[in-house]
Design a binder for this molecule. Structure first.
Ligand SMILES: Cc1ncc(COP(=O)(O)O)c(C=O)c1O
Length: 464
C-alpha cells in the first residue's frame, strides 16, 4: 500500500525515462508505423471493462499494456501520411512542455495561483495579437481548442451586443462554416430560425451580396441582425471569406464580426498566409488553434477579442472566496476572461517550442504545407482518372474519381484504414462527394504524397 501516492526519486526517474523512451520512439518511428487503426467496439470495450485493481500493478506491466492495447488503436494524427480532417502534427518540445506544466501542476487560472504563468500567457497572447494585426486593446486566452474558442467568443459577443438577450437576433455565415459554430450557437441559446446559413460562392466563400440581402430582409421583418461569422480557412477547402469586405459591411451595419480562424489563422505568420488573410485584423473576435497549423499537441486553442474588456465583462464574477485573488488591477486573472477557473498552462507549449525552434522554423513549416498541397495537385492533374474539384488552397486539395459514386469513397476510406499506409477522408462539395488531402504536417515528404496517390490509384482500380 502506498497511501501517500508517492514515488522515490529513483522510481520517478525510472518510470519517467521509460515514458520518455516510449514517446521518443513514437516520434522517431512514426513514418514507418501505420497511420493508425480504428478498433472494433466489441473487442476494445470489454478489454477495459474491468473493476479498478485494489492492489498495485507494476509500472512496466501498465506501460506494456498501453503499448499493446491502447496506442495501436488510435489514429496517429501527427503521422506524415495522415491527410484526413485536420492533422495535428505536434512537436516533441511541446510534449515536454505539457509534461512540465503538468509536473509543476501550474494553476493558470489566477495571478495569485500562477503569476509567472499568467504573465507568460499574456505575452504569448500578445504575440498572436501582433501577428493578427489587432490593436493594443485586444486580448484573449488559451482554451482547449477551436470549438471552445468559438463558444467563448460568441458568448462574449452575445453579452456585448445583445446584453445576453437572444430573442429576435439573427446570425449569418456560409454553408462551409464548421459545425462547432452551430454547436456554440445552440449552447448560447440560438434557435435554428435565428441562423442564416448562406450558400457559398463558386470558391466556397461567403457571398457578400447574399449576406447583405439577408440582413436587409431580416431588418425589414423586424429582426435584429447580430453577427457574421467569417471563415479564415474552412475545413472543407481552406476557403477564406472576403474578410475585408465583410468587416466593412459589419461596421456599416453594426454587426459583430467573428472570424473562425481555428484552421487557417496561424498561416498569418508567413508571407503567403498574410496576403491571403487580408482583413483578419478587422475582426471583433477570432478563434485561432495552435493545435492545428501551429504544430502544438492536443489541446491548444486560443480566442482573441479586439477589445479584451468584452471578455471581462462577459465572464468576470467575483465571489467572496476569491476576494484575495482580485486585490490588484495590474494582476490579470485568466479566469476573468473565460469559462474555466482551474486551468492548465497551455501557453507554455507554444512559448517553449517557439523559443526552441525559433519563429522562422514555424514560418517555413507553414509554407511547406502550402507547397505540399500544390505538389499533390500537380501530381493529381497527371492522373487522368481523377479530377481536381477544389485546387490546392491553404494546404488543402479536394479531388474526385471520374464517374465514381458516393459508396466508392467509403470503400476507399475503409481500405485506407485497413491498410494503414496513409489516410484521407471525404467531404461533400456542391452535393458531390470528394476526397480531401490536408497537408499541414511539415514532416511529410514528397514521396509520401506520391506513394499515397499511387496507393489511391491502385485501390481505386480494385474498388470501382
Ligand atoms: C474551421 C474550424 N473551426 C473549428 C474547428 C473546431 O476545432 P477543435 O476541433 O479544436 O474544437 C475546426 C476543427 O477542425 C475547424 O477546422
Amino acid at each position: 500500500m502506498n497511501p501517500k501516492l508517492e514515488l522515490t526519486p529513483a522510481e520517478m526517474r525510472e518510470l519517467g525515462y521509460r515514458v520518455v523512451d516510449l514517446i521518443a520512439d513514437h516520434f522517431s518511428q512514426l513514418p514507418q508505423k501505420p497511420v493508425g487503426r480504428k478498433g472494433d467496439p466489441a473487442v476494445l470495450r470489454p478489454l477495459f471493462q474491468t473493476p479498478p485493481p485494489e492492489t498495485p500493478t507494476p509500472a512496466p506491466e501498465i506501460l506494456d499494456r498501453l503499448q499493446r492495447e491502447v496506442f495501436p488503436s488510435i489514429l496517429n494524427v501527427a503521422h506524415p501520411r495522415f491527410f484526413a480532417f485536420v492533422p495535428i502534427p505536434s512537436n516533441y518540445v511541446s510534449v515536454l512542455a505539457d509534461a512540465l506544466a503538468s509536473g509543476f501542476n501550474v494553476f493558470n487560472g489566477s495571478w495569485l495561483g500562477g503569476s509567472a504563468a499568467a504573465a507568460l500567457e499574456l505575452a504569448v497572447i500578445d504575440w498572436f495579437r501582433h501577428w493578427c494585426g489587432f490593436p493594443r486593446s485586444a486580448g484573449g486566452l488559451f482554451v482547449s481548442g477551436g470549438s471552445m474558442a468559438n463558444l467563448t467568443a460568441l458568448a462574449a459577443a452575445r453579452h456585448a451586443h445583445l446584453d445576453d438577450r437572444t430573442s429576435g437576433a439573427v446570425i449569418y455565415y456560409s454553408d462551409q462554416t464548421h459545425s462547432s459554430i452551430d454547436r456554440a450557437l445552440r449552447v448560447i441559446g440560438f434557435l435554428p430560425d435565428q441562423i442564416r446559413r448562406i450558400p457559398s460562392d463558386e470558391q466556397f466563400r461567403l457571398p457578400i451580396q447574399a449576406l447583405a440581402h439577408h440582413v436587409k430582409q431580416d431588418r425589414a421583418a423586424g429582426k435584429k441582425p447580430f453577427a457574421v461569422i467569417a471563415n479564415a480557412g474552412t475545413i472543407n477547402t481552406g476557403a477564406i471569406d472576403p474578410l475585408r469586405e465583410i468587416a466593412g459591411f459589419c461596421r456599416a451595419e453594426n454587426l459583430w464580426m467573428h472570424v473562425d480562424g481555428a484552421y487557417g489563422a496561424a498561416a498569418v505568420i508567413c508571407d503567403r498566409g498574410k496576403l491571403l488573410l487580408d482583413g483578419l485584423d478587422l475582426a471583433d473576435s477570432l478563434s485561432f488553434d495552435p493545435h492545428k497549423w501551429l504544430f502544438q499537441p492536443i489541446e491548444c486553442g486560443c480566442v482573441l477579442l479586439r477589445d479584451a474588456a468584452y471578455l471581462k465583462s462577459a465572464y468576470r464574477i467575483m465571489p467572496e472566496y476569491l476576494a484575495d485573488v482580485h486585490r490588484n488591477a495590474a494582476e490579470v486573472n485568466p479566469c476573468d476572461y473565460g469559462i474555466q477557473l482551474t486551468r492548465g498552462f497551455r501557453a507554455l507549449k507554444v512559448w517553449m517550442s517557439i523559443h526552441y525552434f525559433g519563429l522562422g522554423a514555424f514560418r517555413a513549416a507553414i509554407e511547406r504545407g502550402f507547397a505540399l498541397a500544390e505538389f499533390a495537385e500537380r501530381k493529381l492533374r497527371q492522373m487522368p482518372a481523377w479530377e481536381i474539384v477544389s485546387p490546392a488552397h491553404m494546404a488543402i486539395v479536394c479531388f474526385a474519381r471520374r464517374g465514381a459514386d458516393d459508396r466508392f469513397y467509403e470503400r476507399i476510406h475503409n481500405a485506407m484504414l485497413a491498410d494503414g499506409y496513409a489516410l484521407a477522408t471525404s467531404t461533400v462539395l456542391n452535393g458531390r462527394t470528394v476526397l480531401r488531402l490536408c497537408t499541414i504536417n511539415p514532416r511529410t515528404i514528397e514521396t509520401d504524397i506520391e506513394q499515397t496517390l499511387d496507393w489511391l490509384e491502385s485501390a481505386a482500380n480494385k474498388h470501382e
